[in-house]
Design a protein around this ligand. Structure first.
Ligand code: C2E
Ligand code: CA
Ligand code: CA
Length: 617
């Protein structure tokens, strides 16, 4: 492909050179033809002029010849001085004797007179029909040669100018062709946006490295994928995304040696081949440097782009012996790093491969469960200070046909990693709507159901639209359901121009900030979010009655939340001491095994028949 492009360009440059030579040849021939034609035209004009002059002289000198008046004849020849094209004129009588002779005065004989014999013309002098004498004119060819010289000079000048234009034009064409050829050659091996090696070339280089075998020493392959690149594109536009990709390319290059190869494989995927000999330790150093470097903020226009990456590392020959195998291992390690929460580094290992195949199995089974009704919701009540149920949290459950009950802690992250979350999220609101309807059908006054949301549910704008449409279709009004989001989900959502939080709030739904204290715990976000409820994570609640630090943290959170007009729920309360303590610290509601474990919809219905449900938190 590459060589055929080069051949094509070579052919183009040959062709243009040949064309220039042909043009030159044609111009020379045309110039010579023009000069020859001009010569014949001038020669004909000269001869015609000579003939005319001879005829006129034959008429005007008739009397002088009749009377053999030589003086008169010379006087009649005198005006010929005005004709530069006549060299000499002679009047002859009938016997051929010269009566008068005129010769043009010339300082020297012009060299052109040697080029060809001067044309000579004769005209008879008649008296009636009788020939009484003759006029003989000899032309001077110098003016003709001078004219021809001027013409030839002008033609040559035009030819030289035309030739210069042709040469200049063809030079420019050649330069353009060379430029295009260079660009074509460059693009055949480089990525146009970042200037890094492109995917095909990188794979070839990887194959060559693997082909050399282990004798050359081990090498490492780093697979780098930017985290949340879509968000950067959404927020800063494609120009911002491109700026980030170019900056990443520069930062990656800065981390490696000249012998190493940095490539952009496409989109926000990069790869680095750390040339042999490279140890695992060296690869770790480079990968750590990359993570640190990529986390540095990038100034863009008046804003700052924050990025991070997930890096997977495979080592040759330990992990795989082929280029393809190395790519798979590094990709799998990167995928695992992403699942660990992004901005992470992961080395390929056999255990990781086992994990991945287990995850793939979960993914496949979960896809079946989504269509085969394998999922259901458990409900965990949330109680106020008087132990009334104020709301219930919907917690998804999966009864696997072979494994039995699978925890959401196991399958929700898999669904998030393999983009199943939008579908799972829709299934969950469908199940909630079905249970609420069943409770209502039994005449029970159901408390508001808090539904957990994942940021991976709304990766595309259409997912958000589908979700909002489902809420409308299922008639899940704000008094029936509320939503819980974690701090990281809020962080991602609020920096996106198409915020699901804003969409839900504008429809009147209550929001709770879930697992508070485990993520960013940013007061700025609390202010911006303006949600209704703060759920303090169970790590602060568990054993709080015996811990001064936890007590301090929980009471601070309660103060801040109350100052912002939020209700506070303490999550994961497992014993009575903690229950009493969180209530004394001002928590408005409590959720935990001490009061109720998550229960089925049917058990929930049974519970609702016994307890009165007050106004929801
Ligand atoms: P989460 O949103 O923080 O849900 C509360 C979790 O704490 C539930 O675990 C619940 O069973 C557990 N829990 C409640 N009280 C106690 C207690 O006293 N002690 C202890 N140790 N645990 C308690 P579960 O049901 O296993 O859910 C785990 C996580 O899975 C949830 O944490 C949530 O992040 C996710 N998840 C569950 N259901 C859904 C769902 O429908 N959608 C989404 N997106 N995520 C869900
Ligand atoms: Ca929750
Ligand atoms: Ca929680």
């Amino acid at each position: 492909m590459k060589s055929s492009a080069a051949e094509l360009f070579q052919r183009i440059s040959h062709t243009s050179r040949r064309d220039a030579l042909t043009a030159l040849g044609a111009m020379v021939v045309a110039g010579l033809l023009l000069v020859a034609m001009q010569f014949f035209a001038l020669d004909r004009t000269l001869r015609q002029e000579l003939d005319t002059q001879a005829r006129i002289l034959a008429e005007t000198t008739q009397a002088a010849v009749v009377f053999s008046d030589a003086a008169e004849a010379r006087a009649l020849l005198g005006p010929l001085r005005a004709h530069s094209a006549i060299d000499s004129a002679r009047l002859l009588d009938a016997a051929g004797r010269t009566i008068a002779l005129y010769r043009a005065e010339r300082e020297h004989v012009h060299w052109t007179s040697h080029l060809a014999a001067a044309p000579v013309t004769q005209a008879p002098i008649l008296a009636g029909t009788k020939v009484i004498g003759q006029v003989e004119l000899v032309a001077c060819t110098t003016p003709m040669w001078q004219q021809l010289g001027l013409f030839a000079g002008a033609t040559l000048l035009i030819m030289v100018i035309a030739l210069c234009l042709v040469v200049w034009g063809s030079r420019r064409l050649l330069a353009d062709v060379h430029l295009a050829e260079g660009r074509q050659r460059y693009l055949a091996v480089h990525d146009a946006l970042t200037g890094l090696t492109n995917r095909d070339t990188f794979c070839n280089l990887l194959e060559q490295a693997a082909g050399k075998g282990a004798q050359a020493g081990g090498f490492a392959l780093l697979f780098i994928d930017l985290d949340n690149f879509k968000r950067v594109n959404d927020t800063f536009g494609h120009a911002g995304g491109d700026a980030l990709l170019r900056c990443v390319a520069g930062r990656l290059r800065a981390q490696v040696r000249t012998a190493d190869v940095v490539a952009r494989l496409g989109g926000d995927e990069f790869a680095i081949l750390l040339a042999a000999p490279t140890t695992g330790e060296a690869a770790r150093r480079v990968a750590t440097g990359i993570l640190q470097d990529l986390a540095l903020p990038l100034a863009y226009q008046d804003d700052t782009i924050l990025a991070s990456a997930s890096v997977g590392v495979a080592l040759y020959p330990n992990d795989a012996l082929s280029a393809e195998g190395m790519l798979q291992c590094a990709d799998a390690a990167m995928y695992h790093a992403k699942r660990l929460g992004k901005n992470a580094l992961e080395f390929y290992s056999a255990r990781l491969a086992d994990n991945l195949s287990a995850q793939r199995a979960i993914e496949q089974d979960l896809r079946h469960a989504l269509v085969d009704d394998g999922l259901w919701l458990a409900y965990q009540p949330i109680f106020d200070g008087q132990s009334n149920i104020v709301s219930v949290e919907a917690l998804v459950r999966w009864t696997h046909p072979v494994r039995g009950l699978v925890s959401p802690g196991e399958f929700v992250p898999v669904a998030e990693a393999c983009d199943l979350m939008p579908e799972l999220g829709l299934a969950i609101v469908g199940l909630a709507a079905r249970d609420i309807e069943a409770w209502r059908a039994r005449g029970l006054q159901a408390p508001r159901v808090a539904i957990n949301l994942s940021s991976r549910q709304f990766v595309r704008d259409r997912h958000q639209a589908q979700f909002l449409a489902a809420l409308t279709r299922l008639r899940l009004a704000p008094r029936e359901v509320s939503f819980e989001l974690t701090e990281s989900a809020v962080f991602e959502d609020l920096s996106s121009p198409n915020s699901i939080i804003a969409a839900l709030q504008s429809r009147g739904y209550s929001l709770a900030l879930d697992d508070f204290g485990t993520g960013y715990s940013s007061l700025a976000y609390l202010l911006r979010l303006r949600c209704d409820t703060l759920k303090i994570d169970r790590v602060f609640v568990h054993g709080v009655s015996a811990s001064k630090e936890s007590t301090l943290l929980v009471s601070s959170m309660v103060h801040v939340a109350h100052a912002l007009g939020m209700q506070v729920v303490a999550e994961g309360v497992e014993d009575l001491a903690d229950l009493a303590h969180v209530r004394s610290l001002g928590c408005d509601a409590v959720q935990g095994f001490v009061l109720s474990k998550p229960i089925s919809a049917a058990a929930m219905a049974a519970l609702l028949t016994r307890v009165e449900v007050p106004v929801s938190v």
